[in-house]
Ligand binder design. Structure first.
Ligand code: GCU
Length: 333
């Protein structure tokens, strides 16, 4: 995002920070919270966040209202995490990958092939395993509230289809600003190019990068399919989107409001699961009509290439315990 726009956005939010609280209780006692995210209004995540806002208002009898700020208008994911830390933004939806540089345990979600499939992913994300991860940022100013399915991440490129890690050789692939995603591309043999989501379309168009990796909605809602025509199901990661909230604002809420917001968040995640499935089917159909080709490579060579990362995560102090529990959740089926 252009620095001056960001500066203007932040300046507008400054009075809230100075008053020690981003959320505003009006004379009538209504608490209004700002929720920032980087997707368009047509994106499934936006619809689920709108449902979260609706449910919060309903469950609190109109005492808590959530205002949505989509399209990255308050900044990139890194910037809105920082704004949520200070309380200039109350709530934000960001990718778990963007949280990695704030709390190392979130790096787990960028670990390629952590989850075996969607059932394993949902089993973990709906279990108590994630509670400790959500709480891990309490001391740095925010907490996780719930997750939204971000599908599976796959490679897409302008020209050459990626059927094997060898195809990545010499290719500049955009990744999220995540140390784990960077290592993944290096291990697979490509050149990782970290940048924020909002810059990817232009980077693809101008040839700054050869490709990127994301779920299918990036092709349609973010128009990447206009430029990148080869989409390949490596299914190397299932990175959830995480709803985060400023910790001080959370602590100031009454017990009833906390309960209502937690329930609204949970219900909106379940709502999202259904919206997501429909949106992906539509994104694939629309992309095909726009000339995108979908391919299914053998995943084994990709999995083999990233084995060293699994070994590292199984040992690393910040991830070892969670890695074990997440892997066991699959084996226990
Ligand atoms: C997904 C995710 C976004 C993230 C984006 C990215 O679309 O939902 O939150 O910003 O990936 O690759 O940066």
């Amino acid at each position: 995002m252009k620095k001056w726009i960001l500066l203007a956005a932040v300046l507008l939010l400054v009075p809230a920070v100075l008053s020690g609280c981003g959320s505003k209780a009006s004379g009538s006692g209504v608490i209004t919270m700002r929720l920032a995210h980087n997707q368009s209004e047509t994106h499934p995540v936006h619809k689920s966040l709108a449902e979260f806002a609706r449910l919060t208002e309903e469950k609190t009898g109109g005492e808590v209202k959530i205002q949505l700020y989509p399209n990255g208008q308050l900044g990139s994911e890194r910037e809105v995490i920082e704004l949520t830390q200070t309380g200039a933004v109350d709530v934000a939806k960001v990718s778990a990958s963007a949280l990695e540089s704030f709390s190392e345990v979130y790096s787990l979600f960028s670990l390629p092939y952590l989850f075996d499939d969607r059932d394993h992913y949902y089993k973990v994300m709906n279990s108590s395993i994630v509670d400790g991860i959500y709480e891990s940022t309490k001391d740095i100013g925010f907490r996780g509230v719930t997750f939204y399915d971000g599908g599976s991440r796959n490679f897409y490129t302008k020209k050459q289809v990626i059927m094997h890690p060898d195809d990545l050789k010499g290719m500049k692939i955009r990744v999220q600003p995540s140390a784990t995603a960077i290592k993944m591309i290096e291990l697979m043999g490509g050149s990782p190019t970290p940048m924020s989501f909002g810059e990817v379309y232009t980077a693809l168009q101008q040839g700054v990068i050869d490709g990127s990796e994301n779920n299918e909605t990036a092709l349609t809602d973010n128009n990447h399919g206009e430029v990148a025509k080869e989409y390949s199901y490596s299914e190397h990661a299932m990175v959830p989107d995480i709803l985060i909230m400023n910790q001080a604002i959370w602590e100031e809420l009454s017990e009833e409001h906390k309960k209502a917001i937690s329930a609204a968040a949970k219900e909106s995640s379940a709502f999202h699961k259904i919206v997501w499935e429909k949106s992906i089917a539509k994104a694939i159909k629309d992309s095909k009509e726009n000339g995108v080709t979908f391919s299914n490579p053998d995943k084994e060579p990709f999995q083999k290439a990233v084995e060293p990362l699994h070994k590292e995560f199984a040992k690393k102090q910040s991830t070892a315990e969670y890695y074990k529990r997440i892997r066991e959740a699959s084996e226990g089926e």
